[in-house]
Every structure is written in C-alpha cells, then in structure tokens.
Write a protein that binds this ligand. Structure first.
Ligand SMILES: NC(=O)c1ccc[n+]([C@@H]2O[C@H](COP(=O)([O-])OP(=O)(O)OC[C@H]3O[C@@H](n4cnc5c(N)ncnc54)[C@H](O)[C@@H]3O)[C@@H](O)[C@H]2O)c1
Length: 149
C-alpha cells in the first residue's frame, strides 16, 4: 500500500471539509532571483487560504517581475527591514533567497532585538528541502558557492 493510501485509510490525510478554517501560513519572501521567483509562483498557485504572501522584498527596483506582483496586489519593499517592521510577528516564515549570508545574520538580529519569538527564518537547508518538494523536476545550474547549509 502506498503511504498516501495508508494515511487516508487511517484518516490522517483528508480532503478539507466544506467551511473548514485552516490558518494560512504567512510568508515574507526576500529576493526575487531564480529561486525566489519560482517559490513565489508556487505559493501563489497554492492560494491565499494556504499560503499568504504578506510581501516581497527585492532590492532591485527595476526587477522585471515587480509589475506582475503589483497586478497580484502583493506589497513590495526594497528594504526588508521596512517589511519586518511593518509585519512583525504576523510573519510566520521568512524565506530569504538573496544568497547573501549577512542578510540572514541581520534578520536574526532584528528578530531578537524586537522580541519576535514567533517568526521563523527558514534555514538555507530547509529552503533546499522546500525546493525539492515544490519543484522536483526542476534542477538549477549550481552557480552558487557551496551552500554549506
Ligand atoms: N535548487 C537550488 O539551487 C536552490 C534551492 C533552494 C535555495 N537555494 C538558494 O537560494 C538562494 C538564491 O538563489 P538564486 O539562484 O535565486 O539567486 P539569485 O542571485 O538569482 O537571486 C537573488 C535575488 O536576491 C535579490 N537581493 C539581493 N540582495 C537583496 C536584499 N538585501 N534585499 C532584497 N533582495 C535582495 C537580488 O536582486 C536577486 O533578485 C541561494 O542562496 C541558493 O543557495 C537554491
């Protein structure tokens, strides 16, 4: 028996019943490169009742994807600090795809300083895991230095 069938048979994996309220995961996405853009598309497809993208942070004001975010009604910040102070502990998960280690260090510092014990900054290794699950058929050319996790 497949694991999914097993799960269904013991009632762990069910279709949502009508009217069921499940709190969406509230995400702040930082960086709209190859990975960030793909995550955005995947989350958007899942729908706001599952994943609510609170905002996107992209440092490049001329990024070609920003226009379609505007159409989708997604707030865009150039400086992630502004988004962090706007949304605070309403953010469940921060997905930082900037490929800049000092950004993660700075975010950790901001969360600590602001007493935000709720928001989780997704570790790089977890974003790889998420990538493998979200885009199992999509391999990216690994032109980053060894992520090291
Ligand atoms: N399969 C994979 O390769 C995979 C899977 C998951 C995660 N990752 C990791 O994702 C990260 C990003 O990879 P990529 O290929 O998308 O990189 P990329 O260079 O294409 O994208 C980075 C983006 O972040 C933006 N950015 C830079 N500094 C910023 C800042 N301070 N604030 C907001 N935006 C900023 C850049 O303008 C750019 O749009 C890497 O660290 C990589 O290791 C890779």
């Amino acid at each position: 028996m497949l694991l999914t069938e097993f799960g269904k048979s013991i009632g762990r994996i069910n279709q949502r019943s009508e009217g069921e309220i499940v709190k969406p995961v509230q995400v702040l996405l930082i960086g709209l490169g190859r990975v960030g853009t793909r995550f955005y598309e995947k989350f958007h497809l899942l729908g706001e009742d599952r994943v609510k993208i609170l905002a996107i942070c992209e440092i490049d004001p001329g990024h070609p994807f920003l226009a379609s975010l505007k159409e989708d009604g997604i707030p865009v910040f150039q400086d992630y600090k502004d988004a962090l102070s706007r949304w605070g502990s309403d953010i469940d998960i921060i997905l930082d795809t900037t490929n800049i280690p000092s950004v993660k260090i700075d975010i950790r510092h901001i969360l600590q300083e602001s007493g935000n014990h709720h928001t989780v900054l997704l570790p790089l290794v977890a974003s790889y895991l998420l990538w493998h699950m979200a885009a199992p058929d999509e391999e990216l050319v690994q032109d980053h230095s060894n992520p090291g996790y």
